[in-house]
Design a protein around this ligand. Sequence first.
Ligand code: CP
Ligand code: NVA
Length: 311
Amino acid sequence: MSAVLEMPATGPRHFLDIKDFSSAELRDLITEAARLKRSRGAGKKPLAGKTLAMIFEKPSTRTRISFEVAMRELGGDVIVLSSRDMQLGRGETVYDTAHVLSRYVHGIMLRTDSAAKLHDLATHASIPVINGLTELTHPCQVMADVLTFEEHCGPIAGQIVAWVGDGNNVAASWIEAAAKFGFTLRLACPDGYKPNAKILAWAKREGADVSVTTDPIAAVQDAKCVVTDAWLSMADAEEESMARALALAPYQVTPALMAQAAKGAIFMHCLPAHRGEEMTADVIDGPASVVFDEAENRLHAQKAILAWCLG
Ligand code: CP
Ligand code: NVA
């Protein structure tokens, strides 16, 4: 990896959010992810002897498996924990948990619906902490998505990406990425489901080309990529599902909406997906869809992140 990715002046190398990194550092991670993808199986073991503890307070298929395979392929080991199985789940403090884990393992990945808990853990751990999704952001996903976009459409800087649907945690990391990677992001979200106002304000201050509309057709004009996500995220209350379905139905990604985007536009979704809800089956299962490339690229993007954090 190039010299741009420097060790922080003090403390461990956390990977909490895209906005915490410089554009050059993020570019280095994408370059390294692409290199690791090309050389998969070449046998380098930079994380030999290192163990990552993964704590899941919410379910996961991709994050869990891709981090585990990434650690193993880099020569390291993992311990997968649910907070229900830990004293953390019965009230042991994050402070004590952070100190104890720091004596055993070399890094912690946390999936939680409390970004405050993630930051608390990072404050008190003396080892790197990685954000495996919070209610606010999902940075590892969007690093994989930037890699995927570039594989299909070339350098992302200056291109147009459209987010259509709920302005959720994944949308927030896309907003941070737009600021750092220099692409245009147009979000079409219904009233009541707009992206996080603080993250939008941050992006505006950074000079990012990010706009929010209620009109999906306007958002996708000339877009090289249309992205959506589930109507109901893990941190959302189940009781909201009817109201969300009503508000978000007009934002379903259909072939007609894809036809309004740039010629050859790709369709992205972090998965898990709900055919017939946020998009029709013919979009996600059609030729524009790159969703399984995104899922694969979690592995490669996270290898680059792990090598930087723990290497
Ligand atoms: N996209 C993603 O993070 O998937 P999982 O919830 O399966 O980890
Ligand atoms: N927005 C979704 C992403 C799942 C990977 C959620 O938080 O449930």
